[in-house]
Ligand binder design. Sequence first.
Ligand SMILES: [Zn+2]
Ligand SMILES: [Zn+2]
Length: 379
Amino acid sequence: MAKSDYYGTLGVRRDASAEEIKKAYRRLARELHPDVNPDPETQERFKEITQAYEVLSDSNKRQMYDMGADPFASGAGAGAGGFGAGFPFSDIMDAFFGAAGGGGRGPRSRARRGRNATIRVELDLSESAFGTTRELVVDTAVLCEVCTGSGAAAGTHPDTCDMCHGRGEVSQVTRSFLGQVMTSRPCPQCGGFGSIIRNPCQECSGDGRVRTRRTIKVRIPAGVEDGTHIQLAGEGEIGPGGGPPGDLFLEIVERPHEIFERRGDDLHCTVQIPMTAASLGTILTMETLDGPEELDIRPGTQSGQTIPLYSRGIQHLNESGRGDLLIHVNIETPSRLDAAQEELMRELARLRGEERPPGKFAPGQQSFFSRLRDAFNGR
Ligand SMILES: [Zn+2]
Ligand SMILES: [Zn+2]
């Protein structure tokens, strides 16, 4: 068998250092590995580079090779093709998954981001309207001060896992009709961390954090409403292993108001006005979120009319301006009249010619049937 050009195969100079050879092999192996690229030609190349690496990574074999011998061509050890029984896989794994960490593989960190937390905050309407400041008591996880998040007891360190040698994963090579297939899975002994905490911190049982109750002061802006979520970045619980904290969300729950109904940033309410006051006009003292206010009821105010008090609603969230307060008027028809009142009413009706008034439709309130008729007549 002709002597192979192992340096050329790996693309390194003859005086390349062991580290350079390892790097070159690792780079090529990533491209040519049968898991990545199963076509036969690539597999053949993979065998070649692996063979080259097997020789050049072993100082004795490299020396022999440099002096003119070829450990594979000699027929000793592995048979033709070289890649097979007796192959020192551990070295190849080492090169392929090497600890230097290129390619993003390797043990996973114990530190993970903490979870988000949500707490409900009940507000009454005026708090939503104008904003408020609340002190909230939160049950949360904070960094364990004893181990500062490492999870290891004071004065100890996590040991490197002896099953995966700190890599966090274990690899297995199996033969298939495509050739050698290498599969890796998280190390079952260390759970993929690459290290094992033999003496967990007593304070946090190795979690790196402890539960506690803390009080935080939050500013709730004007204009929030039922269901609004306010995000407080980094105020959630800290992550395991000293990982960064999650976020805290405040979910606003708005208590219903006994007088005002909120629709968007407007408020609605209904006032009852006696018929006489609606007819003659009056001044009504109204309770608003800004305190008592005088409401001018014009003479001849009709039932169902809406009187606006501009800018007496809810502050717009993150914008200037406020919604309105809309007052719906309900006119009370006098009932249970005494004799004198009834006499006055009859007199009024007579003076207005309303003793037997004709029923008529209010403008704009056509019945369904008249609309249907208009549609048929093409009006
Ligand atoms: Zn601890
Ligand atoms: Zn392990």
